[in-house]
Ligand binder design. Structure first.
Ligand code: AMP
Length: 297
């Protein structure tokens, strides 16, 4: 990177800078900050594929429910800027909530199918908050490509659907989940875990990879998922959901999985007070036919 990183807190200043970039390819990574190697992987992909890369850091209040962790969500801007510099980011947009949702704000965007099962069942309004803020950020940043982690697989598919339905010019790219050496998916929320819970947490990914092997070998779907839920609850998790859905439409799987399409096994579970999510894909290469782009890991 040749010049110093630019940090914008105001939408208008970001817009003015964006208008100077003319036909350059702009890669965009929206985040809520508290950056880790998962975010850094997205930023490096943007850097590699685009002449200019933009990071946004915004803990979006409209995607948090009333009893969720909005107030205690980690905010580490100084450290985030260091990581952004290391990843070659050109510009950071870090607005205040008032800048995004000024007094009298009243417009929301809602995807009405893919956003309903899995997390949508337990976090009403969450994806409406996500689609609204991402569309607003896209309007400001005007990305050529925008990168999202597959750790939040449902979010990725909801955003693909929004981009298609609303004719957004940005190409959405999914980036495989980055994991700790013991398999735990990296997450800003892992910092909430006690040392003991941190030791237990990798069981989620072990459970998912085990399920993937069983279901690929045509184990019966319902009983196999039920046994996995019970096993996790025995270990001290409180499983919210552990389901298998068809991709890209997120219809619930109800019979043996066939390899003519892609499937997602996804879970959300509480450990102590922390809500963790994770997932694995079966036959993700079949998604190419639906125009969904997943980057190499
Ligand atoms: P967040 O800051 O949690 O909203 O995440 C910002 C972006 O980083 C989203 O597209 C996430 O899916 C992605 N992300 C978060 N954790 C990971 C991870 N462990 N691996 C890959 N991408 C991730």
């Amino acid at each position: 990177m040749s010049s110093a990183i630019k940090v914008f807190h105001k939408a208008q200043a970001l817009r003015e800078w964006r208008s100077t970039l003319a036909n350059k390819r702009v890669g965009f990574v929206p985040t809520m900050g508290a950056l880790h190697q998962g975010h850094a992987t997205l930023l490096k992909k943007a850097r590699l594929e685009c002449e200019t890369s933009v990071l946004s850091i915004f803990v979006n209040p409209t995607q948090f429910g009333p009893n969720e962790d909005l107030a205690k969500y980690p905010r580490t801007l100084e450290r985030d800027l260091e990581i952004a510099k290391e990843c070659g980011v050109d510009a950071v947009f870090a607005p205040t909530p008032d800048e995004i949702y000024p007094q009298g704000y009243s417009t929301f965007v809602e995807e009405t199918e893919i956003s309903k099962p899995l997390c949508g069942r337990f976090r009403p309004g969450h994806f409406r908050g996500v689609t609204t803020v991402v569309l607003k950020l896209f309007n400001l940043v005007q990305p050529t490509l925008s990168y999202f982690g597959l750790k939040d697989a449902q979010q990725f598919f909801v955003l693909n659907q929004m981009a298609r339905d609303l004719n957004l010019p940005a190409q959405i790219v999914g980036v495989p989940t980055v994991r700790e050496p013991d398999g735990l998916a990296m997450s800003s929320r892992n910092s909430y875990l006690s040392p003991q819970a941190r030791e237990t947490a990798p069981a989620l990914y072990r459970c998912l990879t085990n399920l993937r092997a069983l279901l690929q070998a045509k184990a019966p779907l319902g009983p196999t998922l039920e046994k996995a839920r019970e096993d996790l609850n025995q270990l001290g998790f409180k499983v919210q959901y552990l389901d298998c859905v068809c991709l890209p439409d997120f219809k619930t799987a109800d019979g043996p999985l066939d390899d003519s399409r892609s499937w997602l096994i996804a879970l959300a579970a509480h450990l102590e007070k922390t809500r963790l999510i994770d997932n694995v894909f079966l036959w993700p290469e079949k998604l190419k036919e639906s125009g969904i782009r997943i980057a190499e890991s």
